[in-house]
Design a protein around this ligand. Structure first.
Ligand code: ZN
Length: 413
């Protein structure tokens, strides 16, 4: 009972998967608001009307905000792309580890036909790469709410994701909670992307981003409300309780910190029997290597969301407005050390900073115009470059090392 009591109190506080539970803030148990109730009613109608049969691809224009206390907090575009790519594979059931989905659940593992694509146009029509770097030298996590409001792009038109420095875990806004100034989700930098020496052990496959995206599109945890039905194995597939998905068995356990996969074994309150719950679901708490699937009923909830609360977001006119640019689902190129670098701010003023891993050694940095003509050259391991006399415009910043060369588009304000 003590254990149950602890779990109940934790569960009221926590939401997302994380090794460090206190990092999670999306409420787990809530008294149903009118808006939440209406969303769930909409899902029922959507399913009854045959909505899940729609196989059209739903594209979500996405902007990623990198919050930086200093240069070391910056994230390269390649790392952002690695995260978007990993979550797209998860959404499309193209993740490499689908073979690990256990037999009882293989038939309900879903291709959600939803993809994230980085926006290439801001609301003012200016082009960008879908990533915004924000400098907050005095950053305090308590400021995140104000930072989100100050930096968001129109949340009806963009999925806004904020990468919070030095944090793990995440926190999402359910579709029925969204307001004009509060939407999207945050993700800790220590669990963001699929490469980087700062990634937390067990969280280097982008799974928490996928989990938060599930909340953003209306999914509960697979153990949502499960404590009210402790051990009641006869209600495993009741779609009216728990996470409201019949194909994610009712679950009443929520492992918070484990070095191994939770295998989903739960004991029934009657007899000596046990059952297997869907601990490989992205909406369970488990390490990245232990989660592999969304279910068909979860797909229906997400599709009902893109059909209602987030309909403008995925509309054809909005894809045009935001210039959503999709990465191919085939494997991204291998990340080389040369790609693990970034320039910021971008657009830049009089100075642009160049951040790259300590193990990279630069021979030169060159500023080229769009015709490839050299405008300026700097020698050696520089970390900043002066642009005082460079006219406003779009340039290419090219770094050259002993055995690599790589480029970034640089906008001079
Ligand atoms: Zn969660």
């Amino acid at each position: 009972m003590i254990r149950i009591g602890i779990l109940l109190s934790l569960c009221t506080l926590l939401c997302c998967r994380s090794l460090s539970a206190q990092q999670c803030h999306t409420p787990e148990i809530s008294l149903l608001s009118a808006e939440e109730d209406a969303f769930n009613e909409y899902v029922l109608r959507f399913v009854q009307d045959g909505g899940p049969a729609d196989t059209s691809l739903q594209i979500i224009p996405t902007v990623v905000h990198i919050i930086m206390r200093n240069a070391a907090d910056s994230m390269s575009l390649a790392r952002v792309q690695s995260q978007i790519h990993a979550s797209n594979l998860d959404l499309r059931k193209r993740n490499a580890d689908t073979a690990r989905i256990r037999a009882p659940f293989k038939a309900v593992a879903a291709d959600c036909q939803i993809q994230l694509c980085l926006a290439t146009r801001k609301p003012d029509g200016n082009n960008f790469a879908g990533v915004l770097w924000h400098s907050y030298p005095d950053f305090d996590p308590a400021d995140m709410s104000a930072i989100r409001t100050a930096t968001q792009l129109d949340p009806d038109r963009y999925l806004n994701v904020w990468v919070q420095p030095g944090q793990e875990g995440g926190s999402a806004v359910f579709p029925w909670e969204k307001t004009a100034s509060h939407d999207g989700f945050t993700l800790g930098s220590l669990v963001f992307g699929t490469f980087g020496t700062d990634l937390q052990p067990g969280f280097n496959e982008g799974g928490i981003f996928t989990h938060e995206l599930g909340h953003y599109l209306g999914l509960y945890h697979t153990f949502h409300g499960g404590f009210a039905y402790l051990g009641e194995c006869d209600r495993l597939h009741d779609a009216d309780i728990g996470d409201l998905c019949a194909d994610t068995p009712l679950d009443w356990d929520m492992p918070l910190s484990t070095d191994q996969c939770d295998d989903g074994t739960r004991f029934c309150s009657t007899g000596d029997s046990s059952v297997i719950t869907q601990s490989e679901n992205f909406m369970h708490y488990n390490r990245d290597s232990c989660v592999q699937m969304f279910s068909l009923d979860q797909r229906a909830r997400m599709r009902a969301c893109t059909d209602s609360a987030r309909a403008l977001l995925v509309s054809a006119s909005n894809l045009n407005f935001t210039g959503a640019a999709c990465l191919p689902l085939v494997s991204l190129p291998e990340i080389t050390p040369a790609e693990n670098w970034t320039v910021y701010p971008n657009p830049a003023g009089d100075i642009v900073y160049i951040h790259y891993p300590a193990k990279m050694s630069l021979l030169s940095v060159r500023l080229l115009d769009l015709q490839g003509r050299e405008i300026r050259q700097w020698q050696g391991n520089i970390s900043e470059a002066g642009l005082q006399d460079i006219p406003a415009g779009i340039y290419i910043l090219r770094i050259q090392g002993k055995d690599f060369t790589d480029s970034r588009k640089l906008v001079r304000r």
